[in-house]
Design a protein around this ligand. Structure first.
Ligand SMILES: N[C@@H](CCC(=O)N[C@@H](CS)C(=O)NCC(=O)O)C(=O)O
Length: 217
């Protein structure tokens, strides 16, 4: 059985959890925080989370893991047959990870670590995130699913990252995410009622919201 090492507040771990749940794959969750401890670095190669442990060995980097899960468990596919649509789904996933999550992380990761962040950090995050939102809106994302007419990699990424970034930034900055993303609020509500496993993910979100409120004090 696949073992998923991560913790509930990690959006990259959540992205994989959603993919495994959507595909109905049995997996074991093992609580792990990123660590530079030599045993964990040896095990994970990078000291980061998430990693998965399979019968073939340990695998890190969530995009590589997602591709592996898709190939290993094809019965419920997260990519369509059409090559252009597949690329479009990866494009949307990449925009969300690189231009929404990463810039936001420069603000919220500092905050969580108790480090100062300043208006320059916020302004550079704002520019990148606003441009990414503009791109997602012109790609008509979330009209049915995140990037296509079926649930895909892009949904796993969007559902893991967008609520988390939104929840952090609305407390720490005046950058708006969900309210600026066309169709996202309706899409999220629909996915919540369509996918029973999203109850687990929503519980994590509530935990995170509590944690953000705690750190803020
Ligand atoms: N590119 C990696 C990023 C993973 C990552 O950075 N995870 C964070 C936690 S969400 C982490 O382990 N951070 C520790 C660090 O920055 O050293 C992936 O997609 O898996």
């Amino acid at each position: 059985m696949i073992k998923l090492y991560g913790h509930p507040l990690s959006d990259y771990a959540t992205k994989l959890k959603i993919a495994l749940l959507e595909k109905n794959i049995d997996f074991e969750e093992i609580k792990q925080y990123p660590s530079r401890e030599s045993d964990y670095v040896k095990f994970s190669y990078t000291g980061r989370i998430p990693v998965i442990e399979t019968e073939n060995g340990v695998l890190g980097e969530s995009s590589a893991i997602l591709e592996f899960i898709e190939e290993e468990f094809p019965a419920i596919p997260l990519l369509p047959e059409n090559k252009f649509e597949r690329a479009r789904i990866r494009q949307v996933g990449s925009i969300i990870e690189n231009y929404i999550d990463l810039p936001a992380r420069k603000v919220y990761a500092k905050y969580v670590a108790g480090k100062e962040f300043d208006s320059n950090d916020i302004e550079s995050a704002r520019i990148e995130i606003e441009r990414a939102i503009e791109a997602l809106n012109s790609l008509n994302c979330f009209e049915s699913y995140a990037a296509s007419k079926q649930f895909s990699f892009a949904d796993c990424i969007a559902l893991a990252i967008i609520p988390l970034v939104n929840d952090y930034l609305e407390v720490l900055t005046d950058i708006k995410v969900i309210s600026e993303l066309n169709n996202f609020a309706n899409y999220y509500e629909r996915i919540m009622s369509e996918k029973t496993y999203m109850g687990r993910i929503e519980k994590q979100r509530k935990l995170l919201q509590k944690a953000i409120a705690r750190v803020r004090k």
